[in-house]
Design a protein around this ligand. Sequence first.
Ligand code: UDP
Ligand code: MG
Length: 316
Amino acid sequence: MRLSIVVPCYNEEAVIELFDVRIRETLSALSVDYELCYVDDGSSDNTLERLRALAENREASTRYVSFSRNFGKEAGILAGLRETTGDAVVVMDADLQHPPELIGRMIELHRAGHDQVIARRTREGDKKVRSAVSRMYYRMINKWVDVELTDGVGDFRLLSRRAVDALLEMPEYNRFSKGLFSWIGFDTVTFDYRNAAREAGETKWRFGALVNYGMDGLISFNNRPLRVAIYAGLALSAVAAAYAVTVTVMAMIQGPDAPGYVTLLVAIVGLGGIQMLMLGLIGEYIGRIYYETKRRPHFLVKETNAPRAFGVSEQS
Ligand code: UDP
Ligand code: MG
């Protein structure tokens, strides 16, 4: 079996060499035929230089692709998947938070016939607030979206060749990979591992980025929120109609009634707020359509050590 490893790297100069040593130790011990594919996601530090050096020392088993700017981890994974030719592909982070030792277990499970082998991390050592928010988010989102998303399940997984091919067939510009992985289906198995701290360098996830990511998850996989907009609109119209009738009848009985300023204000502000929210929601979908229709590439490659050679197998 030939195994490909895809590693998206963004400003990972502090840890990339350590990662390379550790992963090679592990893979040699497993005696599998492997290739490593590093994707430099437009790093502003010396990640690219380090990758060049690694590729020079290790020859055929190392490929790297470097982007013209930061396109995001999802684009990095896509580039790596396109580049790989292995019978199975493992996607993992460069910071050693995804323990290389687990690859042995993944291969075993893959050999037992699973197309996707997912390593799910526990939330040990995470900030309490962050894990609580995550749990809530996943509970909510699974009611809404059409694909199954699980807390702790990230991109660390092994994919069979046909699963990779399925992913590569999905052309969408907005790539929420947790959702895409789940959407393709196939025989999937999950096992847990203890969360590990980053070996060096720092996380690229800021609070705002997490919120945006959460929004992507909600919107990328269905249009149920639009349905809710319609129902909310209907419910509010019904309330408004009932209120209008009441007010009219009262005015007819008692004559017009000047106070009512509070009711008016509350109604205007309340409805205004809901309208803004729903408009924003619709705008979000339209924005996505706009981006999708441009058909821009997901990333631009600045430099790579191996020209794309589909179907040409590489000796390692
Ligand atoms: N990453 C990337 N592009 C980005 C942000 C992150 O390729 O724009 C890579 C990063 O180098 C790492 C992985 O994605 O290998 C996970 O990032 P990080 O460790 O910052 O995320 P966390 O583990 O904190 O969720
Ligand atoms: Mg990390």
